[in-house]
Design a protein around this ligand. Sequence first.
Ligand code: UDP
Length: 231
Amino acid sequence: MYRRVLLKISGEALSSTERPVCFEKIEKTALDVKKLHDAGIQVGIVTGGGNIMRGRDAAEQDRSRMDNMGMLATAINALALQDCLIRIGVPTVVMSAVAMNRFCEEFTARGAVQALEDGKVVLFAAGSGCPYFSTDTAASLRALEIQADALLLAKNIDAVYSADPKKDPNAKRYSHLTYQKVLDDRLQATDLTAITLCREQGLPILVFALKEIERVAAGETVGTRIDNVEA
Ligand code: UDP
């Protein structure tokens, strides 16, 4: 059972084919977040922004400027998720890595921990505040700063596989992996910077399908756990 977690929610969990910011999907995601909160777990969330803008898609555009736009996209998602959480009675605060004082608070680790201990879900906007990083890396960073027990990577796939199971029927499903194995086999769990940071600090990662979150909240074994424990 977890006491405090950092949940990473990708932009795709907040969008539909028709709309990049889809409130039906966001309301559903908010209900999933509520399950963790209702289980008495302190929840910090890093929202992705890939449903709106991804800096790495830059072609002739300036990469840093595109990344700044991507970080703004994560803030749009955080505010949308906050709206849905508040409507279903979950107290939340949005904290941004870059100053947006009219919309949300500025991130400090101390302020975030205080809000978590006060029973609020804390939504971390604008990733790390720096270009050339992903929100997975920002999630591992924030997880460490708030001293979370684990980094929860909620995906639309239920675990880490050796290959895409939709394309390869022989893809192996992992219930446990070491950080080293993820790195050696270049498994698609999270990006290199995020996995390296987690490995250095011994922060466990759980990769699972968002729809399984109730089981995660109940402390059941779901998805893939990544840590440094050799099998
Ligand atoms: N981004 C950034 N620095 C960060 C986090 C995010 O520059 O610390 C930018 C980057 O352009 C990224 C975009 O924000 O592509 C959206 O984040 P991400 O692609 O990680 O979102 P997701 O794919 O999880 O929805």
